[in-house]
Design a protein around this ligand. Sequence first.
Ligand code: BMA
Length: 376
Amino acid sequence: MKKTFLLLLAATLLATTSCQRETPKFQYRTQSEKLIARMDSLRTHGLLYGHQDDTFYGITWQWDADRSDTRELVADYPAVMGFDMGGLERSEKNNLDGVPFERIEREIIAHYKRGGIVTLSWHPRNPATNGSAWDVSDTTVVASILPGGKNHERFVTWMRKLTNFMKKLKPVRGRSVPIILRPFHEANGGWFWWGTKCCTDEQYKRLWAMFQDFVNAELPNNIVWSYSPNLQGNWTEEEFMRRYPGNDRVQLIGCDAYQWEDEKSFITQLDADLQFLDSFAHDNHKLLALTECGIRNSPTPDWWSRVLLPVLSPYSICYCLAWRNWHVEHFGASVDASTADDFRELKAKRKLLFLKDIAPQIYDASGRNSAEIIWL
Ligand code: BMA
């Protein structure tokens, strides 16, 4: 039965393809264009749930094989999975949170093959001081890695390590995994070495351009560029444009938004940001996402349904990515979080979408699933 279905599907696809060949309307040329079109269409179906480091550790476990806090709670993987590249620049075996890069590589490919969406962030060490990404003691750091600066060549080797890693992500026939790349995030804050304490707006834009041109030269087909400032609460166009890398350099506008303090001001600030970002994204043909979110250690049982989702619902947002469930600090859904029942209900009501919602898995006789057939 399944075999027949797949044969019919293949025949339909072939027929459609040959029709399209005669009257081409629009062809998705690259992996990144396909991912953009897919997310653009998915957002009309609902909000996707994303989670950082989903399969490496959870609130009460770490490093076990084949586990996921999300799957243990709602019997499905997140639609979007996030991974961090911090540490790769120094050829470390593990990333800054102790996750082996070799495992990250395997998980990215596995998630892509299941039909999931992958996003990468990078918390590189400070290239001037060798301190962490949060070391803001040297205000010359960005100037020093721009072309002509004394750390430029060093930073080029760091960028190359990142692109070499991404180039390995080729599950089949040399076709690369499309990646939402979110570099130099939260640059409107002062806590990272690429933030407001360590570089001017002009230097930031030059940093972005240098990095992006380097990455695009190495991986021209599979990066979706996400520009993700932190929650600001009072964006004006003038303020937002100060560090915005440019319309030709960004495809997804992100917002990193945590509730660190009281609920009311979080709601007010997030709503104000989304009003601005949603209309900016719409006018400039960009996707919009909550690229990091959560409330530390989930103290509010109905946080997802009562606090977060009502703020998001008026806007056209592709996904919200909860930050990692580390045992000392967790943000995502889990059977071990107080939000478990609330979250389960949201899944039942389809207020949040998961992997099987965006990539139904139908297996053929050889065990290959339909998502794999479609996305590879
Ligand atoms: C931060 C925290 C850190 C972590 C970093 C990179 O938000 O979770 O503990 O090292 O992200 O994942």
